[in-house]
Design a protein around this ligand. Structure first.
Ligand SMILES: C[S@@+](CC[C@H](N)C(=O)[O-])C[C@H]1O[C@@H](n2cnc3c(N)ncnc32)[C@H](O)[C@@H]1O
Length: 285
């Protein structure tokens, strides 16, 4: 019996030339600040092959052409951003920040707040693990939640990640890093044997998800923040963009407010109205 090998689609073998890489990488930096060094050429090639397929294209030359046309680019840009952002995150990631809040960092914020809700912002929230972890910590540490309460604004540039955050359903492996007590109190285990966990609606209601590009000049945050988590995103930007964003973060943080950066982020070389409290934890002057 003769079997015909299934044809290998052209998009799956398309190669990205260095010139095409530079064109696409340049557009990405312009749109969302992410700097891709030439070492990322292979990564970009493999991540974008699916975009060729989705657009019915066979080569990166055709994709670059699509991106050069303002009208076609407008329809592709979000998918391009979703494809190139690195969204790695986890519940209880870099616990030193949450432990700092539990051990008095949060209490120190309260006198300034009087009886309004505490305002926190997770500024690159990816698929939601960070803002939901924070929500659990705040719910535990502010027992009088009903009186004072808190709100968390959770933003990201990736709509694919925001959709996952909005579902607020996670696999057992994903929720595993959370302390048992938080898991028990704030997650619901699905009863269908799927091993999935859902964030309790009371907690979800405290987290407002929105798309926000950190490189945009104007951020609509609804008032100065008491606490900002901007973790593991600044590393993707160039020094100038990083500095501009840090300056704007300070403008949106009220005096005495707390800023937590990721372990790989730093504020070296930037003059900012911040004093360091712990590694990667700063207070607005
Ligand atoms: C590595 S994840 C970090 C997630 C989380 N903060 C944490 O530390 O676990 C980086 C996130 O930054 C987002 N991001 C990248 N560029 C951005 C931009 N210009 N504006 C807003 N978010 C951006 C990505 O979509 C991604 O979800």
């Amino acid at each position: 019996m003769i079997t015909t090998p299934s044809a290998v689609p052209a998009w799956s073998q398309a190669n990205l030339t260095f010139e095409q890489f530079e064109r696409i990488a340049g557009l990405i930096t312009t749109v969302c600040g992410i700097v891709l060094t030439p070492a990322k050429c292979t990564m970009l090639e493999s991540r974008l092959r699916r975009r060729l397929q989705a657009n019915g294209l066979e080569s990166f030359a055709a994709y670059v052409e699509l991106l050069a046309d303002p009208q076609r680019r407008a329809g592709e840009l979000q998918a391009l951003i979703d494809a190139v952002t690195t969204n790695h995150t986890a519940f209880w990631r870099e616990p030193a920040h949450f432990e700092f809040l539990q051990a008095g960092g949060l209490a120190a914020l309260l006198p300034e707040i009087a009886d309004r809700p505490l305002r926190a912002w997770s500024a690159a929230c990816s698929s939601g693990e960070e803002p939901y972890t924070l929500a659990m910590v705040l719910a535990e540490a502010l027992p009088a939640v009903s009186e004072r309460g808190f709100t968390i604004l959770a933003t990201d540039i990736s709509t694919a990640m925001l959709q996952k955050a909005a579902r607020a359903i996670y696999r057992e492996k994903e929720v595993a890093p959370l302390p048992e007590r938080l898991k028990e109190r704030h997650l619901l285990r699905e009863r269908d044997g799927s091993g999935l966990y859902r964030v309790r609606p009371e907690l979800r209601r405290r987290v407002r998800l929105a798309q926000l590009n950190l490189t945009d000049r104007i951020w609509q945050l609804g008032g100065p923040q008491d606490l900002i988590l901007c973790r593991n995103v600044l590393i993707y930007f160039g020094q100038g963009t990083r500095e501009q964003i840090l300056r704007r973060l300070c403008q949106h943080l009220r005096p005495g407010g707390i800023l937590c950066l990721g372990h790989a982020d730093h504020i070296l070389g930037c003059t900012l109205p911040l004093r360091m409290l712990r590694a990667n934890i700063y207070q607005r002057l």
